[in-house]
Design a binder for this molecule. Structure first.
Ligand SMILES: C[S@@+](CC[C@H](N)C(=O)[O-])C[C@H]1O[C@@H](n2cnc3c(N)ncnc32)[C@H](O)[C@@H]1O
Length: 302
C-alpha cells in the first residue's frame, strides 16, 4: 500500500505508477490527469473532486490518496454495457459500486476511503443538496456520446463552485459535446478557456480559472484546430470500419432485391407480349369465323 507521502511525490513528478487501480486510460492520459491534479493542488489548495463514471475507481485513486483533496463525489449508475460515439456497445460486466469500493479499499487506508461519497445515478438526476460541499475539480468519463457528455456537463455544473475546472476524458470521441459546453458557457456569460492535453483529455477552466488553465496548461497542450480535425477524421473512419460489414450486407441485400425485381419485370413484360399475341390471334379467329358465319347465312337465305 502506498503512503500519502509516496503518492504525493509521484503525483508531483507525473509518475503514472501512482495509479494502483485499473483505469481505462492511456499512459499519456494518466500523465495529463496528474498534471491537472497538480494544477488543482497548487491553485485551489484544498479541493473537492467530482467524477462522472468511475468503474473500478482507477481515476479516483490519486485524488483519494491526496491530502489536498478534501472530498470525492462519484456518480455512476452502473449499467452492464454502454454505447459510445463510435456506434459500438462496450460491455461492463460485474459493474458495481460495491466492487469498486472493495478494489479501492485494498489499496487505500480507511481515512482516504471516508472521503468518498458515491451516487448510483446519472448526475442530472441528483439534487445539488445531496452533496455536502461544492466541487472545484470535475472529471467527466461516463457514456462517451456527445449527447451524454453534454448532459453530464450541464448536470455537473450545479455541483460546482463558480470558479472551477471541468475535464473530459476521450475528448477525441466527444468533441461536439465540448464545443456545445463552450457555447453554453458563452450563453451564460461565464468566462472559460479550454485546452486539449495528450492523449485525449480536455480541460475547461471556468470563471477565475479560465486564465489559470490557459496560462498553466497551454504550454503542454495540443493545437486545438488540428486536434479537433484529426479526431473527427479518425472517428468517421472508425465508424465506417465498424459498420462496413453491416453496410456491405445491406448492399448485397439491395443487389439481390434489385435482380429479383428485374426478373419479375422481365416476366411481366413477356406475359404482356404473350397476352397481346393471344388477343391478336383471337381477333383474327373471330373475324374469320364471322365471315364464315355470314357466308353460311347467305347460302341458307338463298
Ligand atoms: C470508461 S469507464 C470509467 C473509467 C474510470 N473513470 C477510470 O478511468 O478508471 C465508464 C464508466 O461510466 C459509467 N457510466 C455509465 N453510464 C453513466 C452515467 N449516465 N453517468 C455516469 N457514469 C456512467 C459506467 O458504469 C462505467 O463505470
Amino acid at each position: 500500500m502506498l503512503t500519502a507521502d509516496q503518492a504525493l511525490g509521484m503525483i508531483e513528478t507525473l509518475d503514472i505508477a501512482v495509479f494502483r487501480v485499473e483505469t481505462h486510460s492511456t499512459p499519456g492520459d494518466r500523465a495529463s490527469f496528474l498534471r491537472v491534479q497538480n494544477l488543482a493542488r497548487s491553485v485551489l489548495g484544498r479541493y473537492v473532486y467530482l467524477e462522472v463514471g468511475s468503474h473500478l475507481g482507477g481515476s479516483l485513486f490519486p485524488h483519494l490518496i491526496d491530502p489536498a483533496c478534501g472530498a470525492v463525489l462519484s456518480f455512476d449508475p452502473r449499467p452492464t454495457a454502454l454505447p459510445d460515439e463510435r456506434g459500438e456497445f462496450i460491455p461492463y460486466p460485474e459493474n458495481s459500486t460495491a466492487r469498486m469500493i472493495a478494489v479501492l479499499g485494498e489499496q487505500l487506508p480507511a481515512s482516504a476511503m471516508t472521503k468518498l461519497t458515491t451516487f448510483d445515478s446519472d448526475v442530472s438526476a441528483v439534487l445539488p443538496e445531496a452533496a455536502s460541499s461544492k466541487a472545484t475539480l470535475a472529471f467527466i468519463d461516463g457514456v462517451h456520446t456527445n449527447q451524454a457528455c453534454f448532459s453530464d456537463f450541464v448536470g455537473v455544473l450545479k455541483f460546482m463552485e463558480t470558479d472551477c475546472i471541468v475535464c473530459f476524458h476521450d475528448a477525441n470521441l466527444i468533441a461536439d459535446a465540448i464545443i456545445n459546453a463552450e457555447r453554453l458557457l458563452d450563453h451564460l456569460g461565464i468566462a472559460h478557456e479550454t485546452v486539449f492535453l495528450p492523449d485525449t483529455v480536455a480541460v475547461i477552466g471556468l470563471g477565475a480559472h479560465a486564465s489559470t488553465v490557459r496560462d498553466r496548461l497551454h504550454p503542454h497542450s495540443l493545437e486545438r484546430a488540428a486536434y479537433l480535425e484529426h479526431s473527427q477524421r479518425k472517428l468517421w473512419s472508425h465508424i465506417a470500419k465498424v459498420h462496413s460489414p453491416e453496410l456491405r450486407a445491406e448492399i448485397d441485400r439491395l443487389r439481390s432485391e434489385t435482380s429479383r425485381l428485374a426478373e419479375k419485370v422481365a416476366r411481366m413484360r413477356a406475359e404482356r407480349r404473350l397476352g397481346a399475341r393471344v388477343s391478336r390471334i383471337a381477333r383474327r379467329l373471330f373475324a374469320s369465323l364471322g365471315k364464315r358465319a355470314d357466308r353460311i347465312r347467305r347460302r341458307l337465305a338463298r
